[in-house]
Design a protein around this ligand. Structure first.
Ligand code: ATP
Ligand code: MG
Length: 301
């Protein structure tokens, strides 16, 4: 196969590993800097230009689109889809996963376990949001936060109310969520490839830290996930429509609750913690699914 990977940085562990895995299995993989692609979107013959050249036809495209370039990255990916290139993850599904409210609403509609999660626009409603969430302790999250930045734990209703008012007063969008105390500062990341969980790890926050993000000093450990956790991760991936994703769950007293579905999961932590060749499994999936022209969203946007 001739595979394109849309990525900004060719030197990231995940990107290098996927390229290696593709080449080891006899494929050709070009890393294409998403932001250097340009295109005529009105053309009847969809084409993508890169530097001074037209891109050749690819059988498959692996989108590794960072959150900060979602808008442009998805436009480039749609153009690939219009050309009949098979996307590892479809543009529409990535779009859903990038909007935390939208993805949680999709998962809730399907009856998946989620932490009690509330959302309001008007800072005057902060008191009601606090009681709707079940009262303190509560977790307040920036909708656009990553790597644990912008995730705050409020121990009392009063502090929750003032944090909500401060964020909303500054025009920032937030979610207010029940604090899953019993998770003990750890979460489960399940890596879904196709319709299987191929690897999973437990991330544990540093001493005294409720956030388990590796960027916040958390550590990765092997874990044996329960059948319920496995089923939950697979269902979440299906509902959002992602072939490959990282599903983050918390272990609550009433079973696994999904926090987030990540459409461009890094594989360094999970490959190193488990020794599993996740990159190889991703390429294997492409081999099975990349039938030219089979893009579901072709023509649908
Ligand atoms: N409702 C909650 N109850 C208990 N712990 C939570 C809750 N929400 C988040 N956490 C902890 O905080 C960490 C960071 O939260 P979250 O993953 O929502 O934000 P983020 O990592 O900044 O965003 P993203 O995952 O989009 O990059 C989680 O990994 C988890 O350990
Ligand atoms: Mg996270």
């Amino acid at each position: 196969m001739k595979i394109a990977m849309l990525a900004r940085n060719a030197n990231l562990y995940t990107h290098k590993r996927i390229k290696e895995a593709a080449e080891a299995r006899g494929h050709e993989l070009d890393i294409i800097d998403t932001l250097r692609c340009y295109m005529n979107i009105a053309s009847r013959r969809p084409t993508i230009y890169y530097n001074d050249n037209k891109l050749p036809r690819y059988d498959a495209v692996i989108p590794r689109i960072g959150a900060s370039i979602t808008f442009y990255g998805l436009a480039v990916l749609r153009q690939f889809e219009m050309m009949g290139t098979f996307p590892l993850n479809e543009s529409v599904a990535i779009g859903r996963s990038r909007d935390k409210l939208r993805s949680m609403q999709i998962l809730a509609r399907d009856g998946l376990g989620l932490p009690v999660t509330t959302f309001a626009h008007d800072p005057k409603q902060s008191e009601k949001v606090v009681s709707l969430s079940g009262g303190a302790p509560l977790v307040i999250k920036l909708l656009e936060g990553t790597q644990g930045i912008g995730v705050v734990l409020a121990d009392t209703d009063r502090s929750a109310k003032s944090v909500i008012e401060a964020f909303r007063g500054a025009g920032v969008n937030i979610l207010v969520q029940e604090f899953i105390k019993e998770a003990g500062g750890s979460d489960i990341r399940a890596l879904v490839v196709g319709d299987k969980v191929v690897a999973s790890m437990r991330r544990q926050g540093a001493e005294g830290e409720f956030r388990s993000n590796l960027h916040r000093g958390g550590s990765a450990h092997t874990v044996k996930i329960t059948p319920e956790e496995r089923a939950t991760a697979i269902r979440a991936a299906k509902k959002i429509g992602l072939n490959v994703c990282g599903v983050d769950m918390l272990r609550s007293n009433h079973g696994p609750v999904v926090m987030e579905v990540n459409s461009s999961p890094g594989i360094e932590g999970v490959e190193k913690a488990t020794g599993i060749d996740v990159a190889g499994k991703i390429i294997e999936l492409l081999e099975k699914r990349a039938v030219t022209g089979s893009t579901k969203t072709k023509g649908k946007g």
